[in-house]
Design a binder for this molecule. Structure first.
Ligand SMILES: [Zn+2]
Length: 198
C-alpha cells in the first residue's frame, strides 16, 4: 500500500486527500494535503465561489495535528485565495481547522477535553503547547477576547477539582467540574483553565 493511501486512512481529515508524506525529520512527520472540493469557501461567512484570486499564487499553510508514534505531525496545504463580497481577499477555509488556527480541530478538541481532566501546566507538557507564547502571539493589548465558562458532571469521588454545585447539564447529585476557555476574536483558543467546582 502506498504511503499516501495509508495516511489518507490514518488521518481521516475532513475533505482532503493526502498528496505527500515526508519522514526525513526524525522528530516530525509532514503530510501534504490538497482540498477535494473545487469551490473556495470564505473562512468568515457562508460565501463560496469557483473563482480563485490570483490562482497561480497559493498560500502555504501549516497545522499541528495529533502526534503520531511520538513524532509531531504537521499538515501542510497550499491554499487558494478568494474575493468575498463582505470580507474581501481571504485565504480559503479548510474543513479540518478553525480560521487562522495553527492546530487541526482534532488537536483543538484533544486540548479542550484534556482541560476537563487536568491542569493547564500538565496539558502544556503533555501536548507541548506553550500557553504564554500562544497568548502573546494572538492577543493584543486592549484587543477583543472571548471567554466562556462551561462545566460537566463526573463520576467518582477522589478528583480534587470536582465538587458539588450547580450542574449545567441538570445532573444534580453528581460531582461537578468547571472550565473556562479564552479565545481571540477569530475563535482561536489561547488559554484554558480548570477551576474545580464553583
Ligand atoms: Zn466572507
Amino acid at each position: 500500500m502506498r504511503a499516501t493511501t495509508v495516511f489518507n486512512r490514518l488521518l481521516d481529515l475532513d475533505g482532503v486527500s493526502v498528496r505527500d508524506v515526508d519522514l526525513d525529520d526524525p522528530r516530525k512527520v509532514v503530510v501534504t494535503v490538497a482540498l477535494r472540493r473545487r469551490r473556495l469557501a470564505c473562512p468568515l461567512c457562508d460565501f463560496t465561489t469557483r473563482a480563485a484570486y490570483e490562482a497561480d499564487r497559493r498560500v502555504l499553510s501549516r497545522w499541528r495535528h495529533l502526534d503520531l508514534a511520538g513524532r509531531t505531525l504537521e499538515v501542510v496545504a497550499k491554499l487558494r485565495r478568494l474575493v468575498c463580497p463582505t470580507h474581501k481577499v481571504r485565504v480559503e477555509a479548510v474543513p479540518f481547522a478553525r480560521h487562522r488556527s495553527e492546530f487541526t480541530r482534532d488537536f483543538d478538541c484533544l486540548v479542550a477535553w484534556l482541560a476537563t481532566k487536568m491542569d493547564k501546566t500538565a496539558i502544556g507538557r503533555l501536548v507541548r503547547v506553550d500557553w504564554a507564547t500562544l497568548a502573546r502571539r494572538h492577543l493584543t493589548p486592549s484587543g477583543l477576547v472571548l471567554y466562556d465558562l462551561s462545566g460537566s458532571w463526573m463520576e467518582g469521588r477522589t478528583c480534587p477539582l470536582a465538587g458539588h454545585g450547580y450542574s449545567r447539564d441538570g445532573r444534580r447529585g453528581k460531582a461537578q467540574i468547571c472550565y473556562g476557555l479564552v479565545t481571540d476574536a477569530d475563535d482561536r483558543p489561547v488559554a484554558v483553565n480548570v477551576f474545580g467546582d464553583r
